[in-house]
Ligand binder design. Structure first.
Ligand code: B12
Ligand code: SF4
Length: 470
């Protein structure tokens, strides 16, 4: 069978889509699970066009909630051309009736337990409407098909060592989707880390763990890091802030080449942290935690969310100051977004606070899709845009970079430079009219969700030659 696995994408910024920093793991992982007698292509819509006239027998779409309209439009186009189209991923899992209307079959949850059955049924022309995947034992996960990553990705080595997370943050689907915390055998993970068939030295050197929360099982992570020391890599991941209390772990992180950690800081308000069901975070400890990581030369990336019930407009805007005060190197600023399968979604739906006129394209982390408590949705949107502009102003970016020169290891500094440069330049470009002309810029870096829909609604597809194939 010929299979196209398409990792769907919708533009979130006005520019900067043609190339991207780091690829998703999903497509190349599904390709690795597929027996070699099938021909598999992996298409990353973020960086390459979709060939609607592909010769594939089976089109498999993977998408997040925010990209669902695009996936549905694609499914329509493919079905019009007589293709069999299936889908999986976090949105599909919690939207079975909706998704089933667009696809020949939907796969919920983790696919490993049902993927062979799906392929067998597709080959026999006998697909069932729904396949329910279970949280899988990670003992036999294969090395992803790194050879199928398009060149347009700057980094290539994305590795998964664990799945799941013991916490239950209100806005996160991991607890409901990836039940239980599981680890892969260390030797298997090390084999992925050691994979070196990439063209550029930085693609061989830098390893990005795409785990939900890599450091949960301390004996496991310590064994893994000990094994990584001789490999001399630079690596980064997301982890919980409590890692700073484990001296041995921090030592091993340093010795094994950790250059960056993404912390889900989420908020500076204790009540907002309670809204987020995030008891493990204590705002009073952030500064010390960041300092401990900086002492090891590690770049601190932080996720910050605006719009919890206890947030006010002032709180949102003030985050720019707080994140500077505590020394965050790279902030990721998003607006609270209720995804199906989360306690947040259930609560807002129960309270009748979901905005019905917002389609799924609004669920991309940069739009407001619900009625906030302490402000209007427009006020939340505007406060967040202001936060973003302040946090990525030239002054803030330069301050972070200068500090990084003295605190971060070379890899950590390059990471900070790359990310701050990317967001800082976006901000600068947008604000040039205001700086030069003295007028308030209405031009924003983010696509308004309606514009996104217009751009993508199945009108822009370019036919591409089947570049990635085997
Ligand atoms: C790594 C990661 C990222 C990375 C990489 C993103 C990417 N494009 O892959 C980064 C940091 C860039 C990122 C960004 C974002 N992320 Co993210 N991310 C994750 C994380 C932690 C792991 C994903 C992963 O690679 N897992 C490993 C692979 C192998 O598993 P998988 O993708 O789940 O695929 C399995 C199944 O889902 C299924 N499957 C998936 N697709 C398909 C398709 C078919 C046909 C089949 C059969 C099966 C199938 O089978 C696979 C094997 O079991 C997840 C949490 C999670 N556990 O899902 C969140 C998650 C996917 N992210 C999420 C979100 C919201 C985002 C952002 C929108 C956040 C923001 N505010 O900006 C952005 C979107 C950016 C973008 N351009 O895509 C949400 C999505 C929720 C939703 N319903 O849409 C998740 C679930 C976390 C959460 N909050 O609940 N993210
Ligand atoms: S700590 Fe991270 S992965 Fe775990 S439930 Fe919270 S947001 Fe999800």
């Amino acid at each position: 069978m010929k299979i196209d696995i398409i990792v769907t994408y919708m533009k979130r910024y006005r520019k900067g889509h043609e190339y991207h920093f780091v690829p998703p793991l999903t497509g190349i992982h599904l390709a690795a699970l597929t027996p070699p007698r099938h021909r598999v292509r992996v298409v990353h819509e973020r960086v390459e066009g979709i060939d609607l006239d592909s010769d594939a027998d089976l089109i498999a779409l993977s998408f997040f909630t925010g990209f669902a309209p695009e996936a549905y439009a694609l499914a329509r186009e493919f079905k019009r051309r007589g293709k069999t189209v299936i889908a999986g991923g976090p949105h599909v899992t919690f939207s079975i009736p909706e998704a089933s209307a667009h696809f020949d079959a939907v796969v919920t949850g983790e696919a490993e337990s049902v993927w062979m059955e799906v392929l067998k049924d597709a080959e026999a022309g006998n697909l069932k409407p729904v396949y329910r995947g279970e949280p899988t034992d990670l003992g036999n996960l294969p090395t992803p098909r790194y050879d199928l990553i398009p060149d347009r990705y700057f980094l290539k080595k994305v590795v998964q060592a664990t799945r799941g997370c013991p916490y239950r943050c209100s806005f996160c689907t991991v607890p409901s989707f990836n039940g239980g915390f599981r680890t892969r055998p260390v030797a298997r993970v090390l084999a992925d880390v050691a994979y070196d068939d990439f063209r550029h030295w930085w693609q061989r050197k830098i390893v990005w763990f795409w785990d939900d929360n890599l450091t949960v099982n301390r004996p496991f992570i310590k064994e893994l890091l000990r094994g990584m020391i001789p490999l001399k890599k630079w690596w980064l991941t997301q982890a919980s802030i409590d890692i700073v209390r484990d001296r041995e772990l921090l030592e091993l992180m340093e010795q094994s080449g950790c250059i960056g950690v993404f912390l889900g800081i989420e908020s500076f308000g204790s009540e907002s942290l309670r809204d987020a069901h995030k008891p493990q975070n204590r705002a009073g400890e952030y500064r010390e935690a960041v300092k401990i990581l900086h002492d090891k030369g590690i770049c601190v990336m932080a996720g910050l969310i605006s719009g919890f019930d206890h947030d006010t407009r002032e709180d949102v805007v003030a985050m720019a100051r707080h994140l500077e005060d505590i020394g965050i190197d790279v902030p990721f600023l998003s607006i609270l977004t209720p995804y199906r399968g989360t306690p947040l979604y259930d609560a807002l739906e129960r309270e009748g606070r979901l905005m019905e006129d917002c389609g799924w394209e609004y669920y991309n982390g940069y739009n407001v899709v619900y009625l906030p408590k302490n402000m209007s949705s427009q006020e939340l949107l505007e406060s967040h845009r202001k936060l973003w502009r302040t946090a990525f102003s030239l002054r803030s970016v330069l301050r972070r970079l200068v500090r990084g020169l003295f605190t971060l290891r070379p890899g950590g500094f390059l990471l900070s430079l790359g990310m701050n440069g990317f967001y800082g330049l976006k901000n600068l470009r947008n604000n040039i009219p205001r700086i030069v002309g003295g007028s308030e810029s209405t031009n924003d870096e983010f696509h308004d969700a309606k514009t996104v829909r217009r751009h993508n609604a199945a009108t822009e597809y370019r036919s591409v030659p089947p570049a990635i194939t085997w």
